[in-house]
Write a protein that binds this ligand. Structure first.
Ligand SMILES: [Zn+2]
Length: 386
């Protein structure tokens, strides 16, 4: 994740790169304190703590891989999984998902932790019998012990907590996505998102206040994290639904009707090198990409025509297509511009710059601030699936 600094590759699973963030090393300091000093166990304690830590993060990794595998099964690309001190993040391609697919991907992670806890349960019961533990609190006490029994109990509790925490119906937790997916069955995505975001924020405020009351300062931090993430999710969905409502034809530039395929390439640089639509008799016949234009102009000097260089494999948008669909297509196909047609006739060109203009229009309309910046930020974050 570039926004968080360089992570170290530690391997891959089915083509998904698995990385560890350098800040992960901070956890080792905690392990030395917690298992070495707090328990008074010294070096053996630290070794034991390291094994516990690796095992817990093995379960976090399994959680993320479960999300990733189900996402891949639904045709989404998974970029990588990064382990951070606060947990794991899987960067999964953003796409319009059916409520069912979104639920399945979201549930897969916590389900993995439930399965691990279930697999450990027979051992936990054996330990409980062997140590005469007949109360839940006893399990908590034994989980601190530096022994195989302590290790198994610790891992069992960790997986139960991972499942519960991630299933909280609050963005950005998996449970928040499930709640929205369930609500989407009866209402539109924007309204479903609003309800799940308000739920998340209410819970976050309660969590933060509760934490302050009992003197736990980690809970208010988690609360702020939920509040901010939830707010960004609602902003994102608001922009998304605004983009879906705007027809691309409204923002296409006429650009003098495009350029003819039969003129010399040097004609295309008039007005500055840029992406240009190639037209003949009001029909789009190709795209002249800026980089191709610059590449050929700096090369040989014999006469080259627009038709020699143009891209015939272009993909036109209809005037009525939404800005959202067109922008998604541009992003996925890595294109900087799209020719816009109306009943087969050229109507204009829609470019990345125009997209910036659309954001401005939305911004003015909603009188919200820094939408573009928020969106750029969110475009990074929304790849992250906790
Ligand atoms: Zn998750």
């Amino acid at each position: 994740m570039d926004c968080l600094g360089r992570s170290i590759d530690i391997g891959s699973f089915r083509g998904i790169a698995i990385k560890v963030h350098p800040s992960f090393a901070l956890l080792l300091i905690w392990v030395i304190y917690q298992w070495g000093f707090a328990t008074g166990a010294g070096v053996p304690g630290v070794l034991f703590g390291t094994i516990v830590l690796l095992a817990v993060f093995g379960c976090v990794l399994a959680h993320e891989l479960a999300h990733a595998v189900v996402a891949i099964r639904h045709g989404l690309a998974v970029h990588d999984i990064t382990l951070l001190p606060i947990g794991g993040v899987a960067r999964i391609e953003h796409a319009s998902l059916t409520p069912r697919a979104e639920t399945l991907i979201a549930v897969a992670g916590p389900l993995m932790n439930v399965l691990i806890a279930l697999a450990l349960t027979p051992l936990v019961l054996l330990i409980a019998v062997a140590h005469n533990i007949n109360q839940a609190i006893g399990i908590l006490l034994y989980a601190d012990e530096i022994s195989i029994a302590g290790f198994i109990l610790y891992l069992w509790i960790a997986n139960i907590l991972l499942a519960i925490f991630n299933l909280l119906p609050a963005f950005p937790m998996d449970g928040g996505r499930v709640l929205r997916a369930l609500l989407s069955a009866h209402r539109n995505r924007l309204s479903a998102t609003r309800i799940s975001v308000y739920t998340a924020q209410t819970m976050a405020v309660a969590l933060g206040a509760g934490g302050l009351l009992i003197g736990d300062y980690l809970m208010p931090l988690v609360s702020v994290f939920i509040l901010v993430s939830a707010q960004m999710e609602i902003r994102h969905v608001e922009i998304e639904s605004a983009l879906k409502a705007l027809p691309v034809g409204q923002f296409a530039l006429w650009e003098a009707g495009g350029i003819s395929p039969d003129v010399p390439l040097s004609f295309a640089t008039r007005g500055g090198p840029r992406d240009i639509v190639v037209t003949r008799n009001h029909q789009v016949v190709g795209m002249l990409w800026r980089h191709e234009l610059l590449h050929h102009l700096s090369g040989s000097h014999h006469e080259i025509y627009v038709r020699d260089v143009m891209d015939r494999g272009f993909h036109p948008a209809e005037v009525s297509d939404s800005v959202y669909d067109v922008h998604l297509w541009m992003h996925e196909s890595n294109r900087s511009a799209v020719p816009v047609i109306d009943n087969g006739e050229y109507r204009g060109i829609f470019t990345g710059d125009r997209l910036g203009h659309v954001y401005q229009v939305i911004e003015e309309r909603n009188r919200a601030w820094h939408f573009g910046m928020l969106l750029a930020f969110w475009n990074r974050l929304r790849l992250v699936w906790r």
